[in-house]
Design a protein around this ligand. Structure first.
Ligand code: SAM
Ligand code: DTB
Ligand code: SF4
Length: 351
């Protein structure tokens, strides 16, 4: 259905106070406003589908407290070598058959080594030849590596800021938020679409969620894709164990939907991805997220190492909710429209 509401121009001068005021709105008011922004800027009942594959699992040198793949975690995830190119392409073909339009390849690296780049480039080229969009998440990139990926035709690079700048050092000690922002800048400068978001439910405060959204919404360009993950608590990780000991720290569904809604309002042209954690989320909470402007998901029964909802469950949910998978042409049109205009227009936030 089309809407009469005008398209919303993105702005990157959001203040923390404005973002906090959005979070503070009565719930139905916040979701209503987010739905208005969603409908004015995106097809309201279409959701983009991406499939993840872990191309190099575990043994990671970073110590991210949420991650099963960190060498410092005791999660039982086995470390593997980088997958063979042909095996990756086979998995991409299966994903395309299932209706996925983007193939996201993830490696548990602090950063790729130069010797890894030829195989990585072959993977990007091969997936693109199948007519799918490509996404990679390989850790920190140098400007040269970003340029190589861009030349190979990489469409998206995922690199999350995860949480607020204040909380960052409590989640990961082996790198800084500045390191993360530097890679995002290298990716943006190379002309690759940026995918950056974070995790909700790591025991953070509302103020941290405000700081997290503020950091993304004040980047020079809004990320074209903003994944909002709900922490998947994995036994043997710092945060998984902390959550098991303090169940009250678990994020409530209303606060999760609020975070999605505020992301939608502050970054109106971005695709907002309802990411990890759907497997343990009710269909109604997911429906509220779609109402609040989430318009992409990961499909299949596995994320990188953690379980995901699965294609049959999602097909049934889409049928019940009347949601249609978004075509690549539509996704590309949305992304083209997301480029930040020169001299951002300031719109009023919550009164
Ligand atoms: N090593 C690369 C990196 O850190 O950018 C790529 C892989 S990493 C697993 C990708 C993202 O998945 C992380 O930035 C984090 O936001 C998310 N993630 C990892 N483990 C998670 C968990 N247990 N629950 C929710 N999200 C998680
Ligand atoms: C993102 O923000 N979420 C995805 C993707 N980017 C790479 C990864 C979620 C990982 C969930 C935990 C796991 O599978 O190990
Ligand atoms: Fe390594 Fe990425 Fe996991 Fe951090 S999130 S431990 S960088 S795989």
């Amino acid at each position: 259905m089309t809407t009469e509401a005008p398209r919303t121009e993105p702005r990157n001068d959001w203040t923390r106070e404005e973002i906090a005021a959005l979070f503070d709105l009565p719930f139905t008011e916040l979701v209503f406003r987010a739905a208005e922004v969603h409908r004015a800027n995106h097809p309201a009942n279409e959701v983009q589908l991406s499939t993840l594959l872990s191309i190099k699992t575990g043994g990671c040198a970073e110590d991210c407290g949420y991650c099963s793949q960190s060498a410092s975690a005791n999660s039982g995830v086995k470390a593997t070598k980088l997958m063979d190119v042909q095996a990756v392409l086979q998995r991409a073909a299966q994903a395309a058959d299932q209706g996925s339009t983007r193939f996201c390849m993830g490696a548990a690296w602090r950063n790729p080594k130069d010797r890894d780049m030829p195989a990585i480039i072959e993977m990007v080229k091969g997936v693109r030849e199948m007519g799918m969009e490509t996404c990679m998440t390989l850790g920190m990139l140098t400007p040269q590596q970003a340029d190589m990926l861009s030349e190979a035709g990489l469409d998206y690079y995922n690199h999350n800021i995860d949480t607020s700048p204040e909380r960052y050092g409590e989640i990961t000690t082996t790198r800084t938020m500045e390191d993360r922002l530097d890679t995002l800048s290298n990716v943006r400068m190379a002309g690759i679409n940026v995918c950056s978001g974070g995790i909700v439910g790591m025991g953070e405060t509302r103020e941290d969620r405000v700081g997290f959204i503020h950091t993304l919404a004040t980047l020079p360009d809004h990320p074209q894709s903003v994944p909002v993950n709900a922490l998947v608590p994995v036994k043997g990780t710092v945060l998984g164990d902390m959550l098991a000991d303090t169940p009250l720290a678990k994020i409530d569904d209303v606060e999760f939907v609020r975070t999605v809604a505020v992301a939608r309002i502050t970054m109106p042209h971005s695709m907002v991805r309802l990411s990890a954690g759907r497997e343990s989320m009710s269909e109604m909470t997911q429906a509220m997220c779609f109402m609040a402007g989430a318009n992409s998901i990961f499909t299949g029964d596995k994320l990188l190492t953690a379980p995901n909802a699965g294609d049959d469950t999602d097909a049934a949910m889409f049928a019940r909710l009347g949601i249609k998978p978004m075509a690549i042409s539509e996704t590309q049109a949305q992304v083209e429209a997301s480029r930040m205009p020169k001299g951002c227009v300031k719109l009023e936030a919550a009164e």
